[in-house]
Design a protein around this ligand. Sequence first.
Ligand code: MN
Length: 498
Amino acid sequence: MIGTKKLEAWFVTGSQHLYGAEILKKVDEHAKNIVKGLNATGQLSVKIVLKPVVTTPDEIFRICEEANTTSGVVGLITWMHTFSPAKMWIAGLSVLNKPFVHLHTQFNRDIPWADIDMNFMNLNQSAHGDREFGYISTRMGLERKVIAGHWKDPEVISQLDVWLRSATGWYASKKVKIARFGDNMREVAVTEGDKVDAQIRFGWSVNGYALGDLAAYIRQVSKQAVDHLCQQYEDEYHVMDALRKGGAAYDSLREAARIELGLRAFLEEGGFNGFTDTFENLHGLSQLPGLAVQRLMKDGYGFGAEGDWKTAAMLHIMKTMSRGLPGGNSFMEDYTYHFDPAGMYVLGAHMLEICPSLTNEKPGLEVHPLAIGGKKDPLRLLFNVPQGSAINVSVIDLGTRFRIIVNEVETIDPPEEMPKLPTARVLWRPMPDLKTAAAAWIYAGGSHHTVFSQSLSGEYIRNFAEMAGVEFMLIDKNTSIHNFKNNLRWNAVYYHSL
Ligand code: MN
């Protein structure tokens, strides 16, 4: 996983020579202060690095080229403290292949009413300098984020961090490498897709590997390593009696540990950051990996069940975006409904594979039969998920383009215990309400599989979709079916005209 500590965004201030050296020195000093101030907030997930004020087309071109080829740079923050004639930006912006945010701010928060003169006006003129830059960005059809407001405004700082995290996700997207064990679940449509197009569009490398090769890794795991990991399980979880030493299912615990160690070694050696499996193809494995998948997700790996590589990729990206934020991210499936008019909910779960990053409680480790697949009973971690806001995210392939769909939801405590349900589960109320959200999701073609995130909001994903140049549909508290369907229709026209 990419360490966000090593990542940076470059702060690029535009100006021109018209003002003379004195003013340019002031511009540089102000930019320095802003960068220092932003880094000092401790609220930004990547380091902001000050770059010299750019005043000519050559300087602008060079900084864009350098940003493209410098590892660890997630994007640019641009700001025109003074007027920077924007034809100077055309060459640079034409080659820039990293995202940029246009920070429309001003060094001084307030107008100094008693002292304001033309010198002040000429220095603090981003109100029109940034409009010139905005024009050329729009004229060139460039996707970017515009954040307006004073740079010390907490809302501005928070919006900037959302963008930086989206850019970190985009940076991680280019490095996604998914191993697929088995193909898609047979005859399933929505988890299919064009892997070549996904690599062109998002940078995802997705390739298949033989189950036999994975099985060989699992067979090579040493007895000592299994002993050690079983002990770790005992320390970290409430292990059911049957799985303890001397218990009837102790062998299953050891087998689950062997699967985890073999799978982990395979992924580490291949430099993968996500994977898929399918219960229809487990040749050489005695049980469907449940516990192993849950623990690997907790460590930052993306995962999609039944061959769902799009969800696996998105999960890894969202885990990278949200690093350091409270809450977890998991593979998820809309499983079953509670249609009580007094409170309508979705119960989300999967057969096994829900990430324990979603909970603060100590999970139970249990073994239960799986109704499908015809293999031995798999181990799984069981837990409930605390209340709070969350999102569900789905990436689908429409044949001619990708669409990312987000539904904002409110996780709630289950009104009653579910003692017979042997899987980790989440109960949520979708925004604006279950009936509208489910209908909108279905009109949009959203998958039954999602990435469920407690750390991120729709805004992070919208920024990401814009960086990737793919369609984004949000279902939130303001969604109405009438407008949502119109948006889908308009988007169809928009994307076919590109
Ligand atoms: Mn599924």
